[in-house]
Design a protein around this ligand. Structure first.
Ligand SMILES: CC(C)(COP(=O)(O)OP(=O)(O)OC[C@H]1O[C@@H](n2cnc3c(N)ncnc32)[C@H](O)[C@@H]1OP(=O)(O)O)[C@@H](O)C(=O)NCCC(=O)NCCS
Length: 157
C-alpha cells in the first residue's frame, strides 16, 4: 500500500465497516515500522481489496481486511488471506490471529474455510454497540498451501 492507494482504500473501508478507519490511520500504517504490513490487491487496474497486518512477536495479526463490495464472492478474500499466510511465513511467524464480530457470518465463514478456529470470545470488544468479538487463530507452517494469484490479479505491499 502506498499513500496514493489510501483514498481508494478508505472508500471501500467506509462502505464495509461501522467503525471505519480514517485516512490518517492508513497513512500511519504505511509510515510505520517493518512490523506493519499494509497490502493492497488490484484487479484489472483497479484497487479492489486490502489488508493491514501486524507482526507481534511470532504471531501475525490481521488488523483490517476488506474486499470492495462490487468484487465480493469471487474468491478475492480467500486469495488475500492466503497471501497473508505467505507474508507471515516470510517473517517466520507460526500463527495468524484476528478478531471478528460475532454477527459477521460472511467473515466467519471465510476465516473458517481457510483454517481459522475460534480460541476465545472477547466480550464487548466493539465499542459502537458493545458487540462481542470472536478471537480466531490459524497455525501456519512450511506445509501451508498458498494459492497463486492469476495474472490479472496482483497483491503488493
Ligand atoms: C469478508 C470478506 C473479506 C469476504 O471477501 P470475499 O472476496 O467475498 O470472499 P470469497 O469470495 O473469497 O469467499 C470466501 C468464503 O467466504 C464465505 N462467504 C463469502 N461471501 C458470503 C456470503 N455472502 N454469505 C455467506 N458466506 C459468504 C463463504 O464461505 C466463501 O466460500 P465459498 O465461496 O466457497 O462459499 C468480504 O465480505 C468483506 O470485505 N466484508 C466486509 C468487511 C469485513 O467484514 N471484513 C472482515 C472483518 S473481520
Amino acid at each position: 500500500m502506498q499513500a496514493g492507494d489510501v483514498p481508494g482504500v478508505v472508500d471501500i473501508e467506509r462502505r464495509a465497516f461501522a467503525m471505519a478507519w480514517t485516512c490518517e490511520m492508513f497513512l500511519k500504517e504505511i509510515a510505520a515500522s517493518a512490523d506493519s504490513v499494509p497490502l493492497v490487491m488490484h484487479l484489472e487496474g483497479r484497487l479492489v481489496a486490502y489488508a493491514i497486518l501486524w507482526r507481534v512477536g511470532r504471531r501475525f495479526h490481521v488488523a483490517n481486511i476488506a474486499v470492495d463490495e462490487r468484487y465480493q464472492r469471487r474468491g478475492l478474500g480467500t486469495l488475500l488471506i492466503r497471501r497473508v499466510f505467505e507474508e507471515a511465513l516470510k517473517r517466520d511467524c507460526s500463527r495468524v490471529s484476528l478478531e471478528t464480530r460475532v454477527s459477521n457470518r460472511v467473515a466467519i465463514n471465510l476465516f473458517r474455510k481457510v483454517g481459522f478456529r475460534t480460541v476465545t470470545v472477547s466480550h464487548g470488544y466493539y465499542t459502537d454497540n458493545d458487540e462481542d468479538a470472536l478471537v480466531m487463530v490459524r497455525a501456519i507452517g512450511k506445509a501451508v498451501q498458498c494459492g497463486k494469484p492469476s495474472p490479472k490479479q496482483s497483491v503488493r505491499v
